[in-house]
Design a protein around this ligand. Structure first.
Ligand SMILES: *Cc1c(COP(=O)(O)O)cnc(C)c1O
Length: 457
């Protein structure tokens, strides 16, 4: 299995290269040259298999000969042994034909663990094989940071830099990152938005000298290995239901919902994929108007989705244009200049066939938390609530992705219901630990120097 870049100017790469590089050198995102195909019978068989087995079946089609089967299996099993439930992605019915797909039972209580617990282990293995050191730089809107730290903290030969937008993540999210006791982890509070942090990461990658010098790599959802690992729960949940569901996905960087497109392209039959956004509604506007235009990021109650420029949308555009890398190059260069991109009618219509979109403001988010609590007694987190409020009426099953544990966002949950979700035992001690972080201005050169100065050897 080889991987190509959405911008078409990187020679095909192996899985190992893609894993360790993150972003393609031409600025594009990697995708498999051809999507592996699963038969209906293979997909149906996931209904009765342990989750780790399904994950192995699917991931082994992407990893090629990068790892032995035994090593890959061992890494997946160890990754999921860190989860609190034996079913890694349980479905629970909250109303007739409406389900929550619970993805928050990992060490940091958000769905990012599902992929990053595997990624960290594969990373360590690939680095040990290749030799040398790697520098991971992650921009986080809140949850990728702690999940990356939980996956990579304390590993040899990896230095981890996590940049979050200062003051724009919840206190629980911040403390999960800053109280982690690992010498190889550096937290940066950037005086800017998530989009600013993501732009700095992209500029660091574009700086070839820096990128080579530091063996720079990314664990954001621009890393294809994350998409592959996230595709798994679309297969397992559909197999369990036995009929094609509509998936409603709380969306920021478009990684999670693109994993659903990946699953479809591998043979999974589903209903519509519903993009659920908060007030940062660039994707909702794009599907409505055909113009992808970024505005200012607004802080909301669902901070992990306070994103205006959705990196993974480039993957969807590449596919929707029948893999027209020349057009993607032009389109992305134009967007970088004018912050706006008008989609050709054929691309827009391909996107609308697969996706629909819904936007919920904070009031609708709080309403959804309150309603679900009233109707079911359950507390849901504000990201899940954005999806719950976008769930369409449907004759078939509707699956709402529940991406975080409510205890990560206690203030919003309490505002909506009057109930404060208790801190799970895993997070005990969160408020006692000493915080380690540095505040940096939103300036590329300063962030760059900070990283250079903190890299050992
Ligand atoms: C990251 C995140 C999202 C958004 O996922 P994308 O892949 O960025 O679209 C939604 N909910 C939670 C809780 C998250 O942490």
């Amino acid at each position: 299995m080889r991987y190509v870049s959405t911008r078409g100017q990187t020679p095909p790469q192996s899985f190992e290269d893609v894993l360790l590089a993150g972003l393609a050198p031409d600025g594009g995102l990697f995708l498999p040259e051809m999507w592996p195909q699963l038969s209906a019978a293979e997909i149906a068989s996931f209904a009765n298999k342990p989750y780790a087995e399904a994950a192995f079946d699917i991931l082994s089609r992407f990893t090629g000969d990068a790892f032995s089967k035994a090593d890959l299996r061992a890494d997946i099993e160890a990754a999921y042994a860190t989860f609190e439930t034996s079913d890694i992605a349980p479905l629970s019915e909250i109303a007739p034909n409406t389900y929550l797909l619970e993805l928050f039972h990992g060490p940091t209580l958000a769905f990012k663990d599902v992929a990053l617990q595997i990624l960290g282990r594969l990373f360590a293995r690939a680095l040990a094989k290749r030799g040398g050191k790697a520098t991971v730089v992650a921009a986080t809107s809140g949850d990728t940071g702690s999940a990356a730290i939980a996956a990579l903290g304390g590993l040899p030969n990896i230095e981890v830099f996590v940049m979050h937008p200062k003051g724009r993540v919840s206190e629980v999210q911040r403390r999960q990152m800053t109280t982690a006791p690992f010498a190889n982890v550096h937290n940066i509070a950037l005086e800017g938005s998530f989009d600013d942090a993501q732009a700095i990461v992209k500029s660091l990658f574009a700086d070839e000298a820096f990128s080579k010098q530091t063996s720079l790599t990314a664990v954001n959802s621009i890393n294809f290995a994350r998409i592959a690992a996230q595709a798994v729960y679309y297969f397992t949940s559909t197999a369990k239901l036995g009929t094609a569901p509509t998936f409603v996905v709380p969306t920021g960087n478009f990684g999670d919902i693109f994993a659903a497109e990946a699953a479809q392209r591998m043979g999974l039959k589903t209903g519509k994929l519903v993009i659920a956004t908060n007030q940062n509604d660039i994707l909702f506007r794009t599907l409505e108007s055909g113009v992808y235009a970024s505005g200012e990021a607004h802080p909301t109650l669902s901070p992990s989705m306070d994103i205006q420029v959705a990196s993974n949308f480039e993957r969807a555009l590449f596919e929707a244009s029948n893999r027209d890398a020349g057009w993607i190059r032009e389109a992305m260069a134009g967007f970088a200049k004018s912050r706006s991109l008008t989609l050709p009618p054929a691309v827009l219509s391909a996107l609308r066939t697969r996706y629909s979109a819904h936007r919920s403001d904070d009031a609708a988010t709080l309403e959804a938390i309150a309603r679900i609590h009233r109707e079911t007694g359950r507390l849901i987190d504000p990201h899940t609530a954005v999806a719950a409020s976008a769930a369409p009426k449907s004759d078939g099953p509707v699956v709402i992705l529940s991406t975080a544990h409510p205890a990560k966002f206690p203030d919003a949950v309490e505002r909506a219901t009057g109930k404060k979700p208790p801190l799970p035992p895993r997070l005990a001690g969160l408020y006692e630990g000493e915080e380690r972080l540095d505040t940096l201005p939103n300036q590329l050169a300063i962030v760059r120097d900070y990283i250079v100065n903190r890299r050992p050897g």
